[in-house]
Each structure stands twice: as structure tokens, then as C-alpha cells.
Write a protein that binds this ligand. Structure first.
Ligand code: ADP
Length: 970
């Protein structure tokens, strides 16, 4: 039973749950009446449902198609707003708001946007769905009314166009059906251009070709927007060719018709002939332009006045016075003239004055400006009127002011003067140059220019004469008197001025003060003359004199002295002085100097000194004679060389303390350096001259001494030569004299030895004492023999050398192969090597050597000597003789493996009687004469060859000599 109960419980619970689920589903079903929408959505038209906020709940396929969307492109939260044309969104929102408020909604036509952006018009038929008596959603259908709407629009526009055409019905009418390509021109249209109906083809071309070429672009630019539909209407004025060839002005108006798609399919409009109107307009414009141009083109302001009242004024007048055209009317001319000039102007108008006069005019803004007025009476509108020309002369006045400024401020003196010698006008500079306070004083004072102004009246005559002949003078340099009587230099340029009828009126010109320049010229001249005096004068005294002369031309140098300071000696000398009151100036010892010495002051300070009487205490020169009157004025300048004062030069005047002017001081100062230099140079020149003379006499002395020496040397030389000859003769005679007895000595020694051996030796065999003595005797005889032989060799060598040196050697030169000489030399010495097995003799003689022009005996002698020496100083090894060609020479080499020769001896062994002490003491070696190599050198040098040794101690020696293949004979 328990089981049953449980099962029932479970069933009840299951049922309860099921019932709950059914309830839920029912509720859901009642909220979404899906079946109803399913039916609805199948309607063959766009249908939709939204909630009360306008959110899209449902839509059918037609709806999507209308708006051009796919299903998946509709987002769940999309609202009606997203489809409505932006201009209508606000209205749409208000509609939905109203549903909430009063539960009402009505259909409407509203533009919406398709997905592709195109605008379509739809008419909606919405209804509100209620639940529980309350609106909860909107459901509606949609109809696309776009086409219907376009048609209505086109109708409206067409109506407008009709009105337009009707309005211009009196004019020519044209109509162009673009799609149908039909053009229509009304007969009136054609007649307007002078054509009968049939004469003017109904084509677009007919219109285009009659267009004025200048207007074509403009016309097409105006009509084109209408053709493309951008504009609805156009209006344009242009010219068309009349049948008679004239141009007619046409006012063309037109409009367009568009089809449903907005494409223009028809243009139509009217033509009005406006030629006459255009002509009239043109005429007016031209007349206006002319008037305007005339009114503006004048430089004068022109007024027309009647009884002093302005009737009209031109444009220039308006500008001149700053008034609008109309502002003049009704005013009097005098209203535009400054107060001071009113009366004058009024008078002139009244009296009808015709020549110009100047007054100050008043601008509208109150400014005053100068004008020139000229008037004339003439008839205007049948009445007598005045035409008044007013010219603004501000610029002219300014220019005049400027010129006056130029005239007054010019540094040149400018003047106008009368033919009878008085000044008409001068500027301030002119008065300044001539030393007058002002121009008035000058004009009043000078009544005869020739005598009062010119230093030389003749100069003025000459200037006038030149002007008369050439019309002018240019840079005429002359001297004139200043008011204070001083003379200055001026440069004058002037011309003669004539009136229109050619009568001479006055002189006009300007002057420049060129005193400074003239002084500079004078100074330059003085400097030049002083510097050239150095080369034209022969000594210092003459130079001083010349300097004095040159200075005298430029300044009063009656009293003039030159002083030179010698610092070493401590003296002041006066190498040149010229004075009215004093004899020559003495030399001053500076140590003894008492009181002032202006000359020394000048030198020490290296500055010019200008002293007038009042300041001069003890006269310029303290050493002067006691009766010397004190000078009234003293001017000293230092004489400098490279900035150092070497002395001074001074001028003085005894009576007139104003005797020297500034320009004199300047001149003296300027000249001082040049004088210093000149003196220095002249001094140096003299010194040089003196030195030169000294030098010359020294050279002469030396030359004489040298000549004496040379003569002595020559004599000594002569004597030497004679002595040498004597020596050679002596040597050769002595040698011969020696040789003969030597031969006897050697011969007898030999003979004695032989005889002794043969006859005495054997008999004394038994006595050993005697035997020993006989041995010594034999030995001594051998020594006599060998020493005799050595002496003979020495004498032979001596004779050889003597012969070569004294040029008495006989040379039997002939062309011979070097190999022949070498081989026969080898044969001569061969014997020396045969006995000695320790030393090998080797010969290397190149084949086919070129021949040399030599005395074969002499070269052989050289080789034998070298080979002999080699064998002499070699105990072991080899002696090698090499003969080969080396470039332009045949090279003979004798090399050995002997004792060698140290470097320091290699040069010396070629000298006469040179034997090396150490190393020569080889046992068994015959003592040499020390002449062999000296002779070799002499022999080889005769053929232009050379001999030398390459050796080192213990290393053997190479004696080498070269004989040129091309003979170099002395
Ligand atoms: P001498 O007749 O005395 O040999 P030379 O003029 O021929 O005179 O030689 C001068 C010196 O040169 C010799 O005394 C010797 O000292 C040195 N002399 C010459 N030839 C050789 C040689 N081949 N080796 C070493 N010394 C040499």
C-alpha cells in the first residue's frame, strides 16, 4: 500500500508541474499571437508591426523588398526612425508619442530611405493593437506612392512653364523636344530675324549658327544648366544675326520639362527683340563715359558759376576739395577760398580777370592748399556764365621750397650779379666764403665786383671774356679778397642769362673755396721738390741750400736754419743757417746749455713749436750774439726719420708776429719729414760714397799685392821646373852612374863566391872553425849579391818613374787583344808557382775580348807586378788572374788568398816608396822597393784607366784595374 501511496504522490506532483507549464505557455501564447501575424505576413503587400516606441517587431518579405534589405541586415533593435527621411523623423516621433497619449494614429505619405540611399514615398495605413483595453503595438501596411507623387510634381512644373510661355506670347516662341529631336520656332520668332517661316529651318543648328561668336560661350553656359536639369529656368541677352546681316539684341528666356526620372526632355521659351533698348543704353553709356572722362581727365578742377554761384563742378574739382558733386551746387566759389583771399577772388570774378592768380584754397576737411585760378566768361544754357579752372599747385610750391632749400643750404656759394658789377642775390655760403656776416652785408658792401672781390681785376675781365665767347666758365681758378683783406683761392663756374628776346640779363654762377686744395698742391710740390733734391744735389750743403730755396717759394724763409742733434757727442750743430741778424750759428754743447733752447725742445718733443714774441723769453737760440734782436715769431718743426727726430728746422721773423699763417705751419710740418728723410738719405749717400772710395783704394792695394805675389809665384814655379829638370837629369845620370859599378859589384861578388867555393872550400874541410868562417864568408857574398840586385831593381824602378813623370817614357802603343798581354805576363811569373805546391795559379781570360790600344809591355809590366806581389804575400790557396769586359772597359783582376791589406792602408800603398811595415815581413820574401804600385798607377792613368784594391786583412786581396776600350790618350 505504501507503494501505491507514494506513486500517487508522485503523480500529483507531476501533474501539478505539468499544469503550471501549460499555464505559462498559454500566457506566452496570449502575448504573442503568432498565428495572427503569420496570417498577416502572407498579405501580398509590405506589412509591419512595431511597439509603441516605434521599434520594429515584425515585417514581411515585401516590406524588406520595398526597402531593399535582406533579412539578416535588420538589427533586432532597429526603429522606424532608421528608415524615415531625416526631415520627417521628428514628426514620426511625435506620432508615436501621440499613440501613448490618446491612442490614435492615422495614415500618411512620408519619404523614406531605401538601403541604397534612394528616396521613395510611401503611404502607410497603420492601426493600433490593444491588449487588456490598452494599446500595445502598431500594425500597418505600406503602399509605394513615389511614382504618383512624381507625376503630381511634373504637373505642377508644367503648369508653371505654361504661365511663363503665355506671359511672353507676344514674342517669338521656341520649343525643343530633346527626346523627339523636334525644334519649333514660331513665325514671330523667325520674323524677328527677318525670315519668312519657310526660310528658317526648324533645327537647333539654325539657332546656333546665328549666334554672335562673342556671345556663344556665354549663352551656352547659361542654357546648359537648364538642359541638364540643374536649373529650371534661364534668361540671357545676346546677339543674333538678322537676315540683313545686322546684329539684333535678343532677350532669351526659357525653361525645362523633366520626366518622372528627373531627366529633361523638353526646353521651351521666348525671344524678345531688345535691339532698340540696347542701342539707347549704349548711347547713354557712351555719353556718360565721355562726360565722365572729360570730367576726370582734367588736372584742373572746373566750376561753372553764374553770378558767383556754382552751377556745376567736374570730378577733379570734387576730388580736389573732397566734396561730392552735388555739394558744390548753390555755394559761391569764394566759400572754397581761405579768408585772406576772399576779397581778391571776389574782385577778380567781378572784374572778369582772365590771367591766372594764386590763392589758398580750403579743402572740405579744413586743410588749406595753394591753387592757381584762371577764369573765363562763356555762354552756358543761354546765359552768361563763368568757367573757373582751379589748379592745385602744392607740388610746385613744394618743389620751389626744395630748390630754395638747396640754394640756401648749398656749400657752394651761389650768386647772380649784374653786368655793372653788383650782386643781385647770393646765398649764405657765398657770404661765408667771402667772410661777410650775411648776404645783405655782402650785397650792400660790394658795389664793384672787379676791384672789391677779385685779387687780380684782370682775372674777372678774362672770365667775362670767356663767358661772352663760350657762354660759360667752368672751374675757373682765381684768387679773391675776403672782407678782412685776406686772399683765398676759389674755383668759379658761371654763365650769362638772357631773356626771351635775347637781351643779356645777369650773370649766374657758383664758387668753391679751394684754398685748402691749393695749399695741398703747393705742399705736394714742395715735398716733391725736396725729395728729388736728394738725387739732384751733389752734397749735403747743396741739399740744404736747395731745401731752403724750395721752402722760400712757399713760405717766407728769409730767416731759416737747420739744426742736427748728435746724441753721442752731446752736441747740437747748425749745418745750415741763413739769418738777417746773425752770422753762422755755433755748435752748442748740450752740457753747457743754459736757459731755453726752442730748437732742442722741438727735437726732444718731436713736435712743431710755434712761438710768438710774447712767449719768447730769451730768444730762439741762447747761443746767439748778444746784439741779436728777439724774433717776433719763431716756427720750428722736427726733422724726423722713421718717427725719430734727428734735428729741427726753423723759420723766424723779427718784426711781424702774425707773419706766419696756419697754412705756413701746415706746410712746414708737412715738409719736415721729407727734409729729415732727404738729409738722412743724403748723409747716408755721402757716407756710402766715402766708404766706397775707401773700399776702392783697399781693393787697389790688395790687387797690387796679389799681382806681386803672383809674379813671385811664377818665378818660383819657373825655378822649380828648372830644378825638376835638373833633378831628373841628375837622377838619370846618377842612376846610370850607379848601375854600372853595381853590375861590377854584383858580378864580382858572384865570381868571388864561385871561385871561393871552387878553390878554397874543400882544402879547409878538416878545420870546423875554418869551415864555419868560410860559411859566413859565403853568406856575406850572397848578401852583397842580393842587395846589389835589389839596388839595381830600385834604380830601374826609379828610372822608370822618373821617365814617366818627366814625360820621357817611350810608348809603343798598338791595337792588341788583352788576352795576349795577360798570357805572356802569366808565363813570366809561372816559375814562381811551380816550386810552391801550396799556392795554385789560376787564369780566367774571357774569349773574344775587344782589342785595346796600349803599349803591351807596359800593361804586362803592371800585371807582372801585381802577380808578383800576390805570390809574394800568399803562402796558401790560390792566385787568380781574371780578364773580362765590363761595359766600356777591359777589367783586369789579380786576386789572392794572402795576408790582405787593412782598409786604412789601401790608399797609401799606391804612393811612392810606400811599403806596409807589418805583414811585409814574410819570411823568404824579397824586400820590395815600394815603387811598384806607384808605377802601375802612372802607367794605367796614361790610358785613362784606374787601379784600386779590395781587401781585408787575412782575407786576401783583389787588385783591379780597368782600361777603357775606346782609347783616352792624353
Ligand atoms: P814593393 O816593390 O815594395 O812590393 P809595391 O808598390 O809593389 O812595392 O807594394 C807596396 C806594398 O803594398 C807592399 O810593400 C805590400 O805591403 C803591399 N802589397 C802589395 N801587393 C800586396 C798583396 N798582394 N798582398 C798584400 N800586400 C800587398
Amino acid at each position: 500500500m505504501t507503494d501505491d501511496k507514494d506513486t500517487r504522490q508522485e503523480l500529483i506532483a507531476e501533474l501539478t508541474a505539468l499544469r503550471q507549464r501549460v499555464d505559462e505557455l498559454e500566457t506566452a501564447l496570449s502575448e504573442v499571437p503568432a498565428s495572427e501575424w503569420d496570417v498577416f505576413k502572407t498579405l501580398p503587400m509590405p506589412v509591419y508591426e512595431t511597439d509603441l516606441s516605434g521599434r520594429l517587431l515584425h515585417y514581411n518579405d515585401e516590406c524588406l523588398a520595398l526597402f531593399g534589405y535582406e533579412h539578416h541586415e535588420i538589427a533586432p533593435d532597429m526603429k522606424v526612425d532608421d528608415f524615415i527621411h531625416p526631415d520627417f523623423i521628428q514628426e514620426t516621433r511625435e506620432r508615436y508619442a501621440r499613440i501613448q497619449k490618446d491612442g490614435s494614429i492615422s495614415g500618411r505619405i512620408v519619404p523614406v530611405l531605401k538601403k541604397n540611399g534612394a528616396v521613395i514615398y510611401i503611404k502607410t495605413f497603420p492601426s493600433i493593437l490593444e491588449r487588456n483595453g490598452k494599446p500595445f503595438k502598431v500594425r500597418g501596411t505600406i503602399v509605394d506612392v513615389t511614382e504618383m507623387r512624381d507625376t503630381q510634381e511634373a504637373l505642377r512644373e508644367s503648369e508653371e512653364r505654361y504661365v511663363l510661355v503665355v506671359k511672353g506670347a507676344n514674342d517669338g516662341i521656341w520649343d525643343w523636344d530633346i527626346d523627339a529631336e523636334i525644334t519649333y520656332y514660331s513665325p514671330r520668332y523667325k520674323a524677328m530675324l527677318g525670315y519668312e517661316d519657310h526660310e528658317f529651318p526648324n533645327t537647333g543648328e539654325a539657332w546656333r549658327e546665328k549666334l554672335h561668336p562673342d556671345d556663344r560661350e556665354r549663352v551656352l553656359a547659361t542654357t546648359r544648366p537648364c538642359e541638364t536639369g540643374k536649373e529650371k529656368q534661364f534668361e540671357v541677352e545676346y546677339r543674333m544675326r538678322h537676315k540683313d546681316g545686322s546684329w539684333r539684341w535678343i532677350l532669351g528666356r526659357g525653361g525645362c520639362l523633366k520626366n518622372k526620372k528627373g531627366k529633361v526632355y523638353r526646353l521651351a521659351g521666348t525671344h524678345t527683340d531688345i535691339t532698340e533698348r540696347k542701342k539707347a543704353e549704349q548711347a547713354i553709356r557712351e555719353s556718360e563715359e565721355l562726360h565722365n572722362a572729360l570730367s576726370r581727365a582734367t588736372f584742373e578742377g572746373i566750376f561753372i558759376s553764374e553770378n558767383g554761384n556754382i552751377l556745376a563742378a567736374n570730378h577733379t574739382a570734387s576730388e580736389m576739395f573732397g566734396c561730392e558733386h552735388g555739394e558744390f551746387i548753390g555755394f559761391s566759389l569764394t566759400d572754397f577760398v581761405a579768408d585772406d583771399f576772399r576779397e581778391l577772388t571776389r574782385n577778380n570774378i567781378r572784374t572778369g580777370r582772365e590771367d591766372p592768380y594764386e590763392v589758398m584754397a580750403v579743402h572740405k576737411d579744413g586743410t588749406v592748399f595753394p591753387v592757381e585760378i584762371q577764369e573765363k566768361t562763356f555762354v552756358f544754357k543761354n546765359k552768361e556764365a563763368r568757367v573757373v579752372a582751379v589748379r592745385d599747385v602744392t607740388r610746385r610750391k613744394q618743389a620751389e621750397d626744395r630748390y630754395r632749400g638747396l640754394f640756401e643750404n648749398a656749400t657752394e656759394g651761389i650768386y647772380q650779379s649784374t653786368p655793372d658789377g653788383r650782386f643781385l642775390t647770393t646765398n649764405k655760403s657765398f657770404a661765408d666764403i667771402l667772410g661777410y656776416d650775411d648776404t645783405e652785408e655782402l650785397i650792400d658792401s660790394i658795389l664793384d665786383i672787379r676791384s672789391q672781390m677779385y685779387a687780380e681785376g684782370a682775372d674777372r675781365d678774362m672770365a667775362i671774356e670767356t663767358m661772352k665767347r663760350h657762354g660759360k666758365i667752368l672751374d675757373f681758378e682765381t684768387r679773391v679778397k675776403r672782407r678782412d683783406g685776406s686772399i683765398i683761392w676759389i674755383s668759379e663756374s658761371a654763365r650769362m642769362v638772357y631773356d626771351d628776346s635775347g637781351d643779356f640779363l645777369y650773370f649766374e654762377g657758383f664758387i668753391k673755396d679751394i684754398t685748402e686744395r691749393r695749399i695741398n698742391q703747393r705742399t705736394t710740390q714742395v715735398l716733391y721738390e725736396i725729395s728729388s733734391a736728394v738725387s739732384t744735389t751733389s752734397d749735403l750743403q747743396e741739399l740744404y741750400r736747395t731745401i731752403h730755396g724750395v721752402l722760400s717759394q712757399a713760405v717766407d724763409a728769409t730767416n731759416f736754419h737747420i739744426a742736427l742733434l748728435n746724441e753721442e757727442e752731446g752736441t747740437l750743430t747748425f749745418p745750415y743757417s741763413h739769418d738777417e741778424c746773425q752770422e753762422d750759428f755755433r755748435k752748442i754743447n748740450l752740457s753747457e746749455l743754459k736757459g731755453n733752447c726752442p730748437t732742442l725742445d722741438v727735437i726732444r718733443s718731436n713736435k712743431p713749436l710755434f712761438i710768438t714774441h710774447d712767449r719768447m723769453k730769451c730768444g730762439p737760440l741762447p747761443d746767439t750774439h748778444s746784439e741779436n734782436p728777439t724774433a717776433a715769431v719763431w716756427l720750428g718743426v722736427p726733422l724726423t726719420v722713421k718717427g725719430r727726430a734727428i734735428g729741427a728746422m726753423a723759420i723766424q721773423h723779427y718784426s711781424d708776429k702774425d707773419h706766419y699763417t696756419d697754412s705756413d705751419i701746415k706746410l712746414m710740418t708737412a715738409a719736415s719729414e721729407q727734409v729729415g728723410l732727404a738729409i738722412e738719405r743724403k748723409g747716408t749717400e755721402e757716407e756710402l760714397f766715402r766708404l766706397n772710395e775707401q773700399l776702392e783704394s783697399m781693393v787697389l792695394d790688395r790687387t797690387r799685392q796679389l799681382l806681386d805675389k803672383a809674379r813671385e809665384l811664377e818665378m818660383a814655379n819657373q825655378r822649380l821646373k828648372e830644378l825638376d829638370k835638373l833633378k831628373s837629369a841628375l837622377i838619370s845620370s846618377i842612376s846610370h852612374e850607379l848601375r854600372t859599378p853595381l853590375t861590377s859589384i854584383r858580378g864580382f861578388a858572384k865570381l868571388t863566391l864561385k871561385d871561393f867555393e871552387r878553390y878554397f872550400e874543400r882544402t879547409d874541410e878538416a878545420d870546423p872553425k875554418l869551415l864555419k868562417r868560410s860559411e859566413r864568408l859565403k853568406q856575406n857574398l850572397r848578401i852583397v849579391e842580393s842587395e846589389g840586385e835589389r839596388l839595381t831593381r830600385l834604380i830601374n824602378d826609379f828610372l822608370d818613374l822618373n821617365r814617366i813623370e818627366s814625360g820621357r817614357m817611350e810608348w809603343n802603343d798598338r791595337m792588341i787583344a788583352p788576352g795576349i798581354i795577360a798570357r805572356s805576363a802569366a808565363n813570366s811569373v809561372m816559375g814562381q808557382f811551380v816550386d810552391n805546391s801550396d799556392v795554385e795559379f789560376v787564369q780566367n781570360i774571357e774569349e773574344n775580348l775587344p782589342g785595346i790600344l796600349v803599349d803591351p809591355d807596359r800593361i804586362q809590366q803592371v800585371l807582372i807586378n801585381l802577380l808578383h806581389n800576390a805570390s809574394k804575400f800568399t803562402t796558401k790557396g790560390e792566385v787568380r788572374m781574371i780578364v773580362e769586359q765590363k761595359g766600356g772597359v777591359i777589367r783586369f783582376t789579380v786576386s789572392d788568398t794572402g795576408i790582405g791589406i787593412p782598409k786604412e792602408d789601401q790608399q797609401m800603398i799606391f804612393e811612392k816608396f810606400q811599403k806596409r811595415r807589418q805583414g811585409d815581413t814574410l819570411s823568404g820574401v824579397k824586400e820590395g822597393t815600394g815603387l811598384g804600385l806607384a808605377i802601375c798607377r802612372e802607367l794605367i792613368s796614361r790610358y785613362g784607366g784606374s787601379i784600386w784594391v779590395e781587401s781585408a786583412p787575412g782575407q786576401g786581396s783583389d787588385f783591379i784595374f780597368d782600361i777603357p776600350i775606346q782609347p783616352v790618350l792624353p
